[in-house]
Ligand binder design. Sequence first.
Ligand SMILES: Nc1ncnc2c1ncn2[C@@H]1O[C@H](COP(=O)(O)OP(=O)(O)OP(=O)(O)O)[C@@H](O)[C@H]1O
Ligand SMILES: CC(C)(CO)[C@@H](O)C(=O)NCCC(=O)O
Ligand SMILES: [K+]
Length: 255
Amino acid sequence: MSFLAIDIGNTRLKWAVYASPQPGAVLLAHGAVFLENIDQLAEAEWKDLTPPHSMLGCNVAGDAVRRRVEEQLELWDLEPRWVVSSAHAGGVTNGYDYPGRLGADRFVALIGARSHVLQRGGDRAALVVMVGTAVTVDALDAGGHFLGGLILPGHGIMLRALEGGTAGLRVPTGEVREFPTNTSDALTSGGTYAITGAIERMHRHLAKRAGHQPYTFMTGGAGWKVAPTLEIAHELLESLIFDGMLALQSHRLAL
Ligand SMILES: Nc1ncnc2c1ncn2[C@@H]1O[C@H](COP(=O)(O)OP(=O)(O)OP(=O)(O)O)[C@@H](O)[C@H]1O
Ligand SMILES: CC(C)(CO)[C@@H](O)C(=O)NCCC(=O)O
Ligand SMILES: [K+]
């Protein structure tokens, strides 16, 4: 019973097909396309796939994009289903003031993180970091309660904002340096340390609240760029959102 998981971010759509809708299922195929190219999925990347039996998606790119993806899904006899953040699902209790307003990608990543914590024995808090178009840094306590989190601009948005708002900051990508001595390095280092600084700060908040060192799980297209500069122990879990969707789907089927 193959299962298609779709993660629509603000820059790219990521998809993966698993042999079954269960955590740890075998990955059969996967891909990523920029949102500009999603109207070609059915005639390109998805054309020769074995038709999946079920699907679940999470979308933070708006209803128009979701509808365009649903058109592509007409290739198969599937009921499109999309995650909506709620007060409680997949072992996570959502502490947002208005639970439905939490980005579905954040909710699903928290559910994925919770399933990783449970696999490792349970009783530990987790910091869930997603480095994509935007960066989110979300805190999960040892009981699976989402305590709250940060949203900040990703690297690309920070650079574009600086380029757009100034006359002298249109320069090539630089290197991360402790003491940058040119504009390129100053911008690249500023963006990277803004992100790692926020992560390290939230890690302190969560360690203090939990009374122990939390796990730190990092995911997202630009996670690998941040990882070398991050001064706390962490794990890159590229498939965290898909792990969350597998956990959600298996919970749903078990009900
Ligand atoms: N070499 C780079 N220099 C600066 N910014 C970059 C670079 N590569 C990627 N980015 C930016 O990092 C952000 C995230 O990249 P990417 O699209 O790979 O992540 P993503 O997880 O697919 O994002 P989303 O889920 O939000 O669509 C984008 O805003 C992109 O512009
Ligand atoms: C913050 C992003 C853009 C990260 O992808 C997404 O989760 C989103 O649009 N969230 C909605 C607002 C919120 O989570 O509070
Ligand atoms: K995302």
